[in-house]
Design a protein around this ligand. Structure first.
Ligand code: PMP
Length: 456
């Protein structure tokens, strides 16, 4: 077996890590955790440290680690048929079965599922389909996509543009010109402190209306949003936000894409986040929780309204010129089937609701009154603690102080993994949906003690 030193050297010499400070990593200044194995909510690294993973990888290992049922399903599929493509009407039992299982769990009026590999490529598919749709309808000018500041939709060319976070744009010549951004429904960071939630919703709507008026509704194809902002800070929308936004979209014939890469398959305590917030999307993006990351697989669930137009398009133009070699990969599909069965048989959607509410309530009780906690917020099995310099003035820390990364670092030393979200001092939690109350207690206790050791 390779020694840890050997692996560390090869890693720094050969491996280009995503979302990593490249120079610091090469110099050996950044942490380098080499993960060896995992079970339940715990991961174990090569140095023998066991850590409670309160972020489920990248909020994706929803059923927890080490599920033998999924491992067996993957192995069986690999032995029987590791691969066949899905072009020109080909399929496998696994991909066809999973498509039915996904549709059975989707909101009403959804028609078909296209399978990809990850959330980014699924959103690329969505935007292409929206453009195709408007071309078939004879509206070639109706192409721009509205996204929110702090939305996260991937890091490709189009999806990195949709993402409303500066680090995903800087030095990459993004966003592309077809993408326009609007206000995030982020009540803590509202423009005026005396705004009520209802006033803030009206403000978000007014901003959207103004953007549409400026650009022209006949140039705007779709609005994309996560039911609850994820990577942008784990921020539930204020009450009434989605109903008010949807009314505007409806008025201007703008499609709604619900990016459910994080919220799909139970994380909010409902099967889909759209159900939770009464959203009626035209397309839904799914990934992460579809296979609990046991194999890469994503999907675009297409609503009936769009599907009939897409079909009409192929009658006019021939087969749709869109597809990946690995679309509907049978191993991913086998993992997806076993994963969705486990979510049902273990009651994980319900557990996400009940233990998630417990985690949020305990976190609020433990750190909510701390002078540097601006807000404890969450929904289902998502929770965030936002740190502020002064809670009365809602003054934020300077990024150079690295307050959240320092707290998260202390937590890791104490055996709990949380995530310092990329913009602002926000500690994020998105544990596997199988978290128990006793495990939630550990997460809360380690958060409170790390907060105390860094900020007093
Ligand atoms: N959409 C959302 C809401 C996400 O959170 C993510 C990933 N964090 C993506 C899309 C992109 O998915 P991937 O990293 O699998 O490309």
């Amino acid at each position: 077996m390779l020694t840890n030193d050997q692996l560390d050297q090869w890693d720094r010499e050969n491996f280009f890590h995503p979302s990593t400070h490249l120079a610091q990593h090469a110099r050996g200044e950044s942490p380098n955790r080499i993960v060896k194995t995992a079970s339940g909510v715990y991961i174990e690294d090569r140095d023998g440290n066991k850590l409670l993973d309160a972020f489920a990888g990248l909020y994706c290992v929803n059923v927890g680690y080490g599920r033998q049922e999924i491992a067996e399903a993957i192995a069986d599929q690999a032995r029987e048929l590791a691969y066949y493509h899905a072009y020109v009407g080909h399929g496998t039992e696994a991909s066809i079965t999973l498509a039915k299982m996904v549709l059975d769990r989707a909101p009403a009026n959804m028609s078909k599922v296209y399978f990809g590999l990850g959330g980014s490529d699924a959103n690329e598919t969505n935007i292409k389909l929206v453009w195709y749709y408007n071309n078939i309808l004879g509206r070639p000018e109706k192409k721009k996509i509205i996204s929110r500041w702090r939305g996260y939709h991937g890091s490709g060319l189009m999806t990195g543009s949709l993402t409303g976070l500066a680090t995903f744009h800087n030095k990459f010549d993004l966003p592309l010109s077809q993408v326009i951004h609007t206000e995030a429904p982020y009540y803590l960071r509202r423009p005026r402190k005396d705004m009520s939630e209802a006033e803030f919703v009206r403000h978000c709507v007014a901003e959207l209306e103004a953007l549409i008026a400026r650009e022209g509704a006949d140039t705007i194809a779709a609005f994309i949003g996560e039911p609850i902002l994820g990577t942008g800070g784990i921020v539930p929308p204020p009450a009434g936000y989605w109903a008010a936004i949807q009314a505007v979209l409806h008025k201007h014939d703008i499609l709604l894409i619900a990016d459910e890469v994080v919220t799909g398959f139970g994380r909010l305590g409902t099967m889909m986040g759209s159900d939770h917030y009464g959203m009626r999307p035209d397309i839904i993006t799914i990934a992460k929780g579809l296979t609990s990351a046991y194999a890469p697989l994503s999907g675009s669930i297409i609503g009936e309204k769009m599907w009939s137009v897409l079909e009409q398009g192929t009658d006019e133009n021939g087969p749709i010129g869109h597809g990946w070699t690995y679309s509907a990969h049978p191993i991913g599909a086998a993992a997806g089937i076993a994963n969705l069965k486990l979510i049902d048989s273990l009651g994980l959607v319900e557990n996400a609701g009940s233990v998630g509410a417990y985690l949020n309530a305990q976190m609020q009780a433990a750190v909510g009154d701390h002078l540097n906690v601006g807000e404890v917020r969450g929904e289902g099995m998502l929770c965030a603690v936002e740190l502020v310099k002064d809670r009365n003035a809602t003054e934020f820390f300077d990024a150079s102080e690295k307050v959240a990364p320092r707290i998260v670092g202390e937590m890791a030393k104490a055996g709990v993994i949380a995530r310092a979200m990329p913009q602002g001092d926000i500690i994020g939690f998105a544990p596997p949906l199988c978290l128990t109350k006793a495990e939630a207690d550990i997460v809360v206790e380690k958060t409170a003690s790390a907060l105390k050791s860094v900020l007093g």
